[in-house]
Write a protein that binds this ligand. Structure first.
Ligand code: FES
Length: 193
């Protein structure tokens, strides 16, 4: 597994070894130690977040296989979790992943119109990434904030009671922040680990 490298046509960076840094491996060990012997699979969710963080923002098959080897579980056990949760990306995504809720309560409160407005503003269809790599637009199921519909999540932040004016403001703000941040700025690390 250690000779695997990440290569994807959408990334300028290639030949990235599929192996955590020593610093991350130390954190991996500490997370696994939280669980009883034989129950190391319980560490799967945080390890997938860490892998996504470290390996260009998405989980390739090689990366998922690497996580399986670290946890001494079957690769299929990783695939079935990574494909279930919308927070894990199986393909490259933009710096800001916009997840617009498409479930009933949000749809009734204007979510579909907001989704169309986002597509228009970003000049992409849902499921696509802007050519500058700044935004990926995804439609997801209920984000658990139906009382504040329509709702979307951008990376780890929630935005509620959306209107077109709010979308304009949020996108401007994200563009400004993205131009100020370092390219490798973390989406998840400070929040969860
Ligand atoms: S339906 Fe959109 S948050 Fe629940």
């Amino acid at each position: 597994m250690l000779d695997k490298k990440i290569n994807h046509p959408l990334h300028a960076k290639t030949d990235i070894p599929v192996r955590f840094s020593e610093e991350t491996l130390e954190r991996v060990r500490k997370i696994i130690e939280r669980y009883p012997a034989g129950k190391q699979k319980s560490a799967l969710l945080p390890l997938l977040h860490m892998a996504q963080e470290e390996f260009l923002g998405y989980l390739s098959v090689d990366v998922m296989d690497y996580i399986a080897s670290l946890l001494e579980i079957q690769p299929i056990e990783v695939y079935e979790v990574a494909t279930f949760y919308s927070q894990y990306y199986l393909d490259p995504v933009g710096k800001n992943v916009i997840e617009i809720c498409r479930t009933g309560p949000c749809a009734i409160c204007g979510g579909e119109a907001i989704q169309s407005y986002l597509e228009q503003k970003l000049a992409i269809k849902t499921g696509e990434t802007t050519p500058d790599g700044l935004f990926t637009l995804k439609a997801v199921e209920c984000l658990g904030a139906c009382g504040s519909a329509p709702v979307m999540q951008v990376n780890t932040e929630f935005y509620e009671f959306l209107t077109e004016e709010k979308i304009d403001h949020i996108l401007d703000d994200l563009r400004r922040k993205s131009s100020e941040e370092k390219p490798e700025a973390s989406k998840w690390k400070e929040k969860f680990f």
